[in-house]
Design a protein around this ligand. Structure first.
Ligand code: ZN
Length: 696
């Protein structure tokens, strides 16, 4: 696997839809490699930053080329993706909808001074609640607080007199204030959405809203009984028990409130079904229609065996151009890992990027035959793996605004085993991350010259994409073990060395004329940009992700430092890579890209030998010598430079908007628009895509 190259990688570690998330480096869609219309060049990817968050937006290249029917399908699925937003707020914490509606009422109607520091801080809190789909941090799951006093907050409520606050039946405004203020301000109330603290009851100490009055033990017993009953009755024992329900204790009796039409969250599910039905009417083919119908049936009944049926159908639908995820899917929000939060992603195939990966894959044997490793370590027959790439068109629920960069579903093990799974990367999202990062000052701070910066801006994204493709489609699958080598000889050094091998394969071949011959790029700047950024990252910028005083432990980071430091040393006599300081700042510069390629080839041959022979000693020496230790002085310099850039560690995206164009009541086209107002989108969603009562 190939890890995303910059510090925001932590965002994706919420294993979420995907392990593949960590498999990509900065990427761009193939269609972006040539200069485009002015408007696209000027497109603003980074919109705003506050607290530890940045808000970006993404484009949907290829949407205009879809047929009208496909556009309609995307549109209906997108509406279905927005319809469940309230569900996630309520799942995360039972007061989240009340708090969100309180904040929105103030944000819209407060007649007082909106320019004061206090009001600005109030708005930051509001934006954080929108971002996290509740009052707990989307990543750490800790409760966060407004940076205003409770007194000020109360004054906002009282002065927003025409506001329609979400009071409970029979409650007056003062009663409401007494109710809601401690929930927002008291650190002792609901401190964590998901608690994993040993020694405490996980359910009683977690604020998430999947259980009511039920202890951990009681929940365990309840689901163990469900399972053993299923075994006894000969019914379906493989379903994901508890996935789509809240477990509630009433009058001493424990039972499930199922998420379904007419059940818990029924009002929002009704809307989801409405749009899915519309989508089914314009499905691309019968298979896809069956997928959508099956999902509707599941939402109507809450029956988990139908959920499994749906997933089996979904996995097999490989021919459709448009695809989507919609349902209760990931269980990270539940400390017991049973209950799933609601999410949705609408997408379609990225044909150009997929073709790029397929081209590389189709030539796998040529790359193997021509690699610089010894013939006896080469595979005689090698098959490339081709990556599937998609374009996201709409994000919803637990995928919004914080977004995965890949999808690997379904989660049920038995379906994965018997029917397979879909694993894709979302290239327009990674591209947007990359473009947004270009403006954050990182490259200007750490690149050694204006030429290097220009090269990076021009070719960096395509270069990074190609590197990932070569690494994933060819690198890991190349080479063979000698007879008698089992493959586990390298022990704990095996995993970073495997990354080294795949990265060296990619680095060696990204500079090969074969790539131009295959039409994968047409300018040497591409591989030069990749070499520059790889060495700069391996020797300098990745240190921004290491805490002061720590050594490097993560396999991908070890891999990058090993390659950069070893190639620096091997090329020293020819001054291939130069380290220099200017105004007290350290920089690296690749002086001779051709020579560096030779060095990479030499290293690849040696690392392949180590793997093929299982040479533990040599592997350990490489890692311990180059990959682990950090130069303390350089490290503190780099951290100080990085800190000044004030880069928000977490990011999320607002959605594009699809607008039907009608003539005489008939839809004749659907246009895509790219709003740039985060607050505007959130307020719009809360007004137009909000279907649940405040207290569920
Ligand atoms: Zn890898």
């Amino acid at each position: 696997m190939h890890e995303i190259n910059h510090f925001i990688y932590t965002l994706f570690m919420k294993k979420l839809v995907l392990l593949i998330a960590i498999t990509m480096s900065l990427v761009l869609t193939a269609c972006n490699q040539s200069p485009k219309k002015e408007s696209e060049q000027d497109f603003q990817f980074l919109l705003e930053q506050f607290a530890d968050l940045k808000i970006m937006r993404y484009r949907v290249p290829g949407f205009d080329e879809l047929t009208l029917q496909q556009k309609e399908l995307v549109y209906y699925l997108s509406q279905a993706a927005l319809a469940g937003r309230d569900i996630l707020f309520d799942q995360n914490y039972k007061y989240n909808l009340a708090i969100r509606r309180t904040l929105e009422t103030i944000a819209e109607h407060y007649p007082g001074n909106r320019e004061s520091e206090d009001f600005k801080n109030f708005m930051i809190y509001t934006k954080r609640v929108w971002f996290s789909n509740g009052i707990h941090h989307h990543y750490s799951k800790d409760k966060f607080f407004p940076e205003v006093s409770p007194e000020y907050f109360i004054s906002l409520i009282r002065e927003t007199n025409q506001g329609n606050f979400p009071v409970r039946d029979g409650q007056d405004l003062e009663g409401f204030i007494a109710d809601i203020i401690p929930v927002i301000f008291d650190p002792a109330i609901a401190p964590k959405a998901v608690s994993q603290e040993a020694g405490k009851d996980l359910l009683l100490s977690s604020a998430c809203n999947f259980y009511d009055g039920v202890t951990e033990k009681e929940a365990e017993t309840y689901y163990a009984a469900l399972k053993s009953n299923a075994i006894k009755n000969g019914s379906d024992t493989l379903v994901s028990f508890g996935l789509n329900s809240k477990l509630v204790k009433k009058n001493g009796v424990i039972s499930e409130e199922v998420y379904k039409l007419g059940g818990l969250y029924g009002q929002a599910i009704k809307q989801i079904i409405y749009w899915l039905d519309k989508a089914a009417e314009v499905a691309e083919n019968e298979q896809q229609k069956a997928v959508i119908k099956s999902l509707v049936k599941y939402y109507e009944t809450g029956d988990l065996s139908i959920w499994d049926e749906y997933n089996v159908l979904w996995v097999k639908d490989l021919d459709s151009h448009i695809d989507f995820v919609n349902g209760f899917i990931e269980n990270y929000g539940d400390p017991m890992g049973l209950k799933a939060t609601w999410e949705s992603v609408v997408n379609f195939k990225d044909l150009q990027a997929t073709r790029r990966a397929e081209t590389i894959s189709a030539n796998a044997q040529w790359f193997e035959d021509n690699s610089p490793v010894e013939a006896r370590f080469k595979k005689t027959v090698v098959k490339g793996v081709s990556a599937k790439v998609i374009t996201a068109a709409q994000l919803g629920g637990d995928c919004y605004p914080s977004t995965p960069i890949g999808i690997n579903l379904p989660n049920a093990d038995w379906i994965r085993k018997e029917h397979g799974s879909k694993s894709v990367t979302i290239e327009n999202i990674t591209y947007a991350y990359d473009r947004a990062a270009l403006g954050n000052g990182m490259i200007e701070e750490f690149a050694g010259s204006p030429e290097e910066i220009e090269l990076a801006k021009k070719y960096g994204a395509l270069a990074s994409n190609l590197h990932t493709d070569l690494h994933e489609c060819l690198g890991h699958g190349s080479g063979q073990l000698l007879p008698g080598t089992r493959g586990d000889e390298l022990k704990n050094y095996g995993s970073p060395l495997e990354e080294v091998r795949a990265d060296l394969f990619a680095l060696y071949y990204i500079a090969d004329p074969k790539l131009m011959e295959l039409g994968l790029y047409d300018n040497e700047g591409v591989f030069k940009a990749e070499y520059n950024s790889y060495i700069r990252n391996g020797l300098i910028t990745q240190l921004t992700r290491i805490e002061p005083g720590k050594t490097i432990e993560q396999a991908h980071m070890r891999c990058r430092q090993l390659i950069a430091a070893w190639s620096y040393e091997l090329g020293k006599d020819r001054n291939v890579i130069e380290v220099f300081t200017r105004d007290g700042k350290t920089y690296v510069k690749v002086n001779d890209h051709e020579a560096l390629r030779e060095v990479f080839g030499h290293m690849l041959a040696e690392v392949q030998r180590i793997k093929s022979e299982g040479d533990y000693e040599a592997g350990r020496n490489l890692i311990e010598k180059y990959a682990v230790q950090v130069d303390q002085q350089l490290h503190s310099e780099v951290l100080a430079r990085f800190k000044k850039l004030n880069i928000a560690p977490y990011g999320g995206f607002i959605n594009p908007v699809f607008v039907p164009v009608t003539e005489n009541g008939v839809v004749v086209d659907i246009k895509v628009e790219y709003p740039d107002d985060y607050t505007g989108q959130m307020m719009h969603y809360s007004k137009n895509h909000s279907f649940l009562p405040t207290y569920n």
